[in-house]
Design a protein around this ligand. Structure first.
Ligand code: GLN
Length: 471
């Protein structure tokens, strides 16, 4: 499998007729077929992609504008609604579902000439940290197929790590872009909440869900964000954007960097700690002012997340009733039986667990004790992050406390699986941007470092991340 040049370089070569879009799509499709054993892709859309490539080719011949991402093949997580193949969210309940409209993020990429070649595997409805909750089987880690690729955007991270395509899109509700990026050794970025439209993305927890790119470099991430960011009439939570997200590296001289104390605890693996500390030393040597910073509220973040997320998920999943979308039980004899049997057959045990948790914390007897309390904790977390981030340019720490684990290791222990998110969920609860960049290998498995900044400071965050990536 050949590696890809920077996205910007590929698109320029297409515009200058040095590369043909057909050649690029062919290469990506062949790569995808060669990488089949990793189970990272749910559906490929070879014919549709080739037709799009031909259209771009014609435009080039006719000297028409072909866009900033002309001919660049990409893959999106299968919870993005797209034309050209089914949209499953990796769940039995949506198998065979064809979306009637496309997500805004995909539309924006395609309007700049990028070509969607397929849909990536994930934990069903993006609920999980390893893709072992996918109804399409687990994604294998590109560095060792006996290990998980991370989740829930495991397929999206694996296809970039395997060089199938130059970039992919994922979604991040509690870490689902950053965790698999860290486990697969690629760049995974969760923008500020609302910076990228969620229109046409199958909802997990709507107050936490964010769309973001997975790439091989921060520079590529800047370009993709620049194309997909900004207001959208179809998503009222989408916020204003900066004029451009394309910047050079931001010098670290004099930058104030806080190392989050709580992130360096939480059962941090020794080798992961060494690699993060090495990186911190280099950041200090580059002239940044590095200090340890304590955010005690972070100890409550995971508990808070595992109340708010299932509460929102349980209500978002209520629409899958066998009447409107996807699977409908064939043995049901009444409308009530249709609801019960469809949901029983279509939802995995992990989704049922979360639906029960969610409806429990929202029930009248427990609302105050759980849901309301979690919202209060969330408000405090947002305030504490804001206060701390007014003193620092960025906060840093590991992305995950360990490297990828063996397939099957945590599958019978949901609590252990939930603990995988202990470092990533806080950025979602606070709505702040966070990026995971690769910082080295521990026993042949990649390690990622997380960089966090203030809400809507995505541009600065990416500039700093570019510099830190170089060290
Ligand atoms: N692993 C987390 C969960 O299981 C995060 C999921 C996500 O970000 N989509 O909920």
């Amino acid at each position: 499998m050949g590696t890809w040049e920077n996205i910007d370089v590929i698109a320029k070569k297409v515009r200058n007729k040095k590369l043909s879009p057909l050649e690029l799509v062919n290469k990506a499709i062949n790569n995808a077929k060669q990488a089949k054993e990793f189970n990272a892709i749910i559906s490929l859309q070879e014919d549709v992609a080739m037709q799009k490539a031909k259209k771009i080719d014609e435009k080039i011949q006719n000297k028409k504008d072909i866009g900033r991402l002309a001919g660049v093949p990409f893959i999106v997580k299968d919870n993005f609604m797209t034309f050209g193949s089914e949209t499953t969210a990796a769940s039995n309940i949506l198998k065979g579902y064809h979306a009637p409209y496309q997500s805004t993020a995909v539309e924006r990429l395609e309007s700049e000439g990028a070509i969607l070649i397929g849909k990536a595997n994930l934990d069903a409805f993006a609920c999980g940290s390893s893709t072992e909750n996918s109804d399409f089987g687990v994604v294998k880690n590109p560095h060792n197929p006996e290990y998980v690729a991370g989740g829930s955007s495991g397929g999206s991270a694996a296809v970039v790590a395997l060089d199938v395509v130059p970039f992919s899109l994922g979604t991040d509700t509690g870490g689902s872009i950053r965790l698999p990026a860290s486990f697969c050794g690629v760049v995974g970025y969760k923008p500020t909440y609302g910076l990228v439209s969620r229109f046409g993305v199958i909802a997990l927890a709507s107050s936490l869900d964010v769309v973001g790119p997975i790439t091989s470099s921060v520079e590529d991430t800047q370009l993709i964000l620049d194309v997909i960011a900004g207001k959208d009439g179809k998503d009222s939570t989408a916020v204003d954007r900066e004029k451009s997200y394309i910047t050079d590296e931001e010098s670290l001289k004099g930058k104030r960097v806080g190392v989050i104390k709580q992130f360096m605890e939480h059962g941090l693996d020794g080798e992961v700690r060494n690699l993060v500390e090495n990186k911190i030393n280099k950041i200090t040597q580059s002239g940044a002012v590095v200090e340890e910073v304590s955010l005690p509220i972070l100890d409550e973040a995971l508990a808070c997340y595992y109340i708010i997320m299932p509460a929102e998920l349980s209500s978002n999943l209520a629409r899958y009733d066998g009447i409107r979308y996807g699977h409908s039980s064939s043995s049901a004899k009444s409308i009530n039986e249709t609801y019960i049997k469809t949901r029983n057959e279509g939802f995995s045990s992990e989704l049922k667990r979360r639906i029960m948790l969610g409806t429990f914390v929202l029930s009248s007897g427990y609302y105050d004790a759980y849901y309301k309390k979690a919202q209060l904790v969330r408000s405090k977390l947002i305030a504490d992050f804001e206060k701390t981030l007014s003193k620092y340019d960025v906060l840093i720490g590991p992305t995950a406390s360990t490297t990828a684990f063996k397939i099957g290791k945590n599958i019978n222990n949901p609590l252990q699986m939930y603990l995988m998110d202990i470092i990533t969920v806080a950025a979602n609860l606070a709505g702040v941007p966070a990026i995971s960049i690769p910082i080295g290998m521990s026993v042949n498995m990649p390690v990622g470092m997380q960089i966090i900044s203030k809400q809507k400071e995505d541009k600065k965050l990416l500039g700093i991340a570019r510099e830190m990536e170089k060290l």
